[in-house]
Design a protein around this ligand. Structure first.
Ligand code: ADE
Ligand code: ZN
Length: 316
């Protein structure tokens, strides 16, 4: 069923590696690392995946990420995701990696990065999937902490092509990170940022004007500001939209209310992505299927969305 959507060649431009941690792998890593999880089994964990907003999800997501301890763990996580990409004809991916989630728990930056980088290299060689990694700062922490994460990354400059901004959005505007983004750009990084997921259109303006981003992650609340929509169309700034995420986190109550196809028809360069597929009910193909089933996305629209994702790649 829906092979035509699965078979479309596509890129994924909004994927948190830690969000691809499937419950089965979480339990396997917990056992391997002798960590007690607060859930009895995979079913109990899955039944906790009911979120009222972004923060409720993040609390569980950071708890789950605690099973990631060794280089091998990060390799296994990334490799499992790449195998999904192969199954779904995702030919290119630009995942986020949040080092602070791990270094703050005592996991060495190098262990995490080496595991991820080795899997991405194998993905290139064995699966033919091209990729580029985005170093993403946690916006609920102070800007100084983001500076430290950037400093840690500089010896591995070539492992990353961009920096990003994620975690709790409301109350943590892009302006809080202007200086660290200035520094990252001076070091030659491109920039992207989550904005307009739960936060207001003003945060999208700030991401564009202060952080000089090449893409907006989510951005669906831009629809509330016609001037902003005009700018996104004029400059063809891509939005990495994540439909299943948006309904799971109640940005939209129901998929039938999602605005991605309206934005597409207005001329906004929207793309389809999975965000945290292990938590939100599916990878890229499942997101396309949801748009087809709930919004009546046509084959022509699906092709345009897939082409947008290839056009919006930043890493080569
Ligand atoms: N949807 C999301 N928004 C912000 N930060 C995140 N980190 C992981 N998923 C996220
Ligand atoms: Zn995200």
């Amino acid at each position: 069923m829906h092979d035509w959507l699965n078979n479309l060649p596509k890129a994924e431009l909004h994927l948190h590696l830690e969000g691809s941690l499937e419950p089965e792998l979480m339990f396997r890593l917990a056992e391997r690392n002798k960590i007690a999880l607060p859930w009895n089994d995979v079913e109990a964990l899955r039944s906790a995946y009911n979120f009222g907003n972004l923060q409720e999800f993040l609390d569980l997501y950071y708890a789950g990420a605690d099973v990631l301890r060794t280089e091998q763990d990060f390799y296994d996580l990334t490799w499992a995701y790449l195998q999904k990409c192969e199954e779904q004809n995702v030919v290119h991916t630009e995942p986020f990696f949040d080092p602070q989630t791990h270094t703050d728990r005592g996991v060495p930056f190098e262990a995490a990065l080496n595991g991820i980088s080795a899997a991405l290299a194998d993905g290139r060689e064995l699966l033919g999937i091209s990729s580029g990694l985005i170093l993403s700062f946690l916006r609920h922490l102070p800007e100084e902490e983001a500076f430290k994460a950037l400093e840690q990354a500089l010896p591995y400059r070539n492992a990353f092509f961009a920096v990003g901004l994620d975690s709790s959005e409301v109350g943590h505007p892009p302006s809080k990170f202007q200086r660290v983004f200035d520094k990252a750009r001076a070091e030659g990084f491109l920039t992207v940022a989550h904005a307009g997921e739960e936060g207001p259109p003003e945060y999208i303006w700030q991401a564009l004007d202060l952080l000089k981003v090449s893409r907006i992650d989510h951005g669906v609340r831009a629809a509330e500001d016609p001037k902003l929509i005009a700018r996104l169309i004029e400059e063809q700034i891509p939005l990495t939209v994540c439909p299943l995420s948006n309904t799971k986190l109640k940005v939209f109550d129901d998929m039938r209310q999602h605005n991605i196809l309206d934005l597409l028809e207005q001329g906004v360069k929207v793309t389809v992505n999975s965000d945290d597929p292990a938590y939100f009910g599916g990878y890229v193909t499942e997101n396309f299927v949801a748009l087809h089933e709930s919004l009546g996305m046509t084959e022509e629209q699906a092709r345009r969305l897939a082409q947008n994702s290839l056009d919006a790649r930043l890493a080569y």
